[in-house]
Write a protein that binds this ligand. Structure first.
Ligand SMILES: *[C@@H]1O[C@H](CO)[C@@H](O)[C@H](O)[C@H]1NC(C)=O
Ligand SMILES: *[C@@H]1O[C@H](CO)[C@@H](O)[C@H](O)[C@H]1NC(C)=O
Length: 380
């Protein structure tokens, strides 16, 4: 609960600002309190400047501990000398997390994940999300890269939906990607053993086939397939394109209420299998997939846990099959046989990615460069 005692003016201001933010967020501010707090902050800055010239050996009260100070404290203790720091440089993903998250959630110890750029020169890894890099690269770290530091290129969009950038070809040391051949390959979900044998019963359903689409593009394979499919079976379609917008809170209940869900990827690439598959799998709805080959899917999940559009010679054949399963409960339930021993677990985006990166860095301390980003990801 103390502001830095070494009178670092920026840390003091940040500390004061976080207090302001904190009190506003907690709703304690009103028309009177806000200017008062600002006043206190300005006064605090004056006091700090004053103290820079008259150094007392006492700390000054501040209600919120500054982030970098917290980490300094943690890594100055003996056991944490061993800690690995992962800095998330571009974080448009909107998450905040506490420092113990890797050990509490994933049993990965000695990792500190931070978005505090003051820790740049101490960070072992710097994660940079491709989507957030500006075209002129001006928002990348400008300071000299410490010799022990690795830059990690993160991207979870497919090549079709990622733009190539010039100048980043030889910038990175590691890849963090959905692809299995990435240095840190993280799929959208995994199949894990269930606690004990379970006779899984899917939740009750009131719709046969559903689809939620956020990015409607008539050129996409999935839209062409859908247009044919819906001529032969009713598809409950949601999303802006259908003027039936689904909020985040309604997403999972909607998927749960359908016997089948169209897990149609926005583009077809090896290993590009998203939460569109793992959402239905985890709630007890049968995914009908359109994406990479069946064989590729079977690298991630059981072959009898899903229906692939390639299993049918036409959308009409698929529609006939879904209508058949609607009448035959026993055949439908076969798609849940795998649930007897397993269940689907969704990866926690993005915090799990940061923790897995830290884990990788701890196990691979050797020098590494990666000089062929365009060829590796876009194929040319
Ligand atoms: C430091 O971390 C490594 C790798 O995780 C571990 O093997 C080693 O025992 C740790 N050392 C200390 C002093 O905690
Ligand atoms: C990371 O890659 C850069 C660019 O290739 C290289 O200069 C640097 O030495 C590498 N660092 C490590 C720790 O491997």
């Amino acid at each position: 609960m103390l502001c830095p005692a070494d009178h670092d003016i920026t840390e003091f201001v940040l500390c004061g600002l976080s207090f302001l933010e904190h009190s506003m967020a907690s709703g304690s501010s009103n028309g009177v309190l806000r200017p008062l707090l600002l006043g206190i902050l300005v006064l605090g800055v004056f006091v700090t400047v004053f103290l820079m010239y008259f150094k007392p050996d006492k700390s000054w009260f501040c209600p919120v501990e500054s982030v970098s100070e917290h980490v300094k404290n943690l890594i100055s203790t003996k056991s944490d000398k061993n800690a690995t720091i992962v800095l998330i440089w571009l974080w448009s993903l909107g998450s905040k997390f506490d420092f113990s998250v890797c050990s509490s959630l994933f049993e990965i110890d000695n990792c500190f994940i931070t978005a505090d750029r003051n820790l740049y020169s101490k960070s072992h890894g710097v994660i940079i999300n491709h989507r957030d890099i500006s075209g002129d690269l001006s928002n990348l770290p400008q300071l000299q890269r410490p010799s022990f530091q690795k830059w990690i290129w993160m991207n979870f969009e497919s090549p079709t939906h990622s733009s190539k950038l010039s100048g980043i070809q030889k910038l990175f040391n590691l890849t963090l990607n959905y692809r299995q051949d990435a240095n840190i390959g993280v799929p959208s979900g995994t199949i894990v053993p269930a606690e004990g044998e379970e006779n899984f019963v899917p939740p009750s359903k009131n719709k046969l086939v559903c689809w939620i689409v956020s990015n409607w593009n008539p050129q996409h394979d999935r839209v062409k397939y859908f247009n044919e499919l819906q001529k032969h079976v009713k598809v409950h379609a949601y999303g802006r394109a259908f003027e039936k917008y689904i909020s985040d809170n309604d997403l999972i209940p909607t998927i749960t209420s359908c016997k089948f869900y169209l897990s149609f990827e926005n583009s077809v690439h090896k290993d590009y299998i998203t939460e569109k598959l793992f959402n239905p799998l985890s709630v007890g709805t049968v995914p009908v997939v359109l994406g990479p080959t069946r064989q590729n899917y079977e690298n991630f999940i059981q072959g009898d846990a899903f229906i692939h559009v390639d299993d049918f010679s036409s959308p009409k054949d698929l529609a006939d099959y879904l209508l058949l399963l609607d009448k035959n409960e026993e055949m439908y339930l076969r798609y849940f046989e795998w649930r007897r021993h397993f269940k689907a677990r969704k990866v926690q985006f993005p915090v799990e990615h940061a923790c897995l990166t830290c884990d990788y860095l701890r196990r691979h301390k050797e020098y590494k460069e990666f000089n062929d980003l365009d060829k590796w990801f876009w194929g040319s």
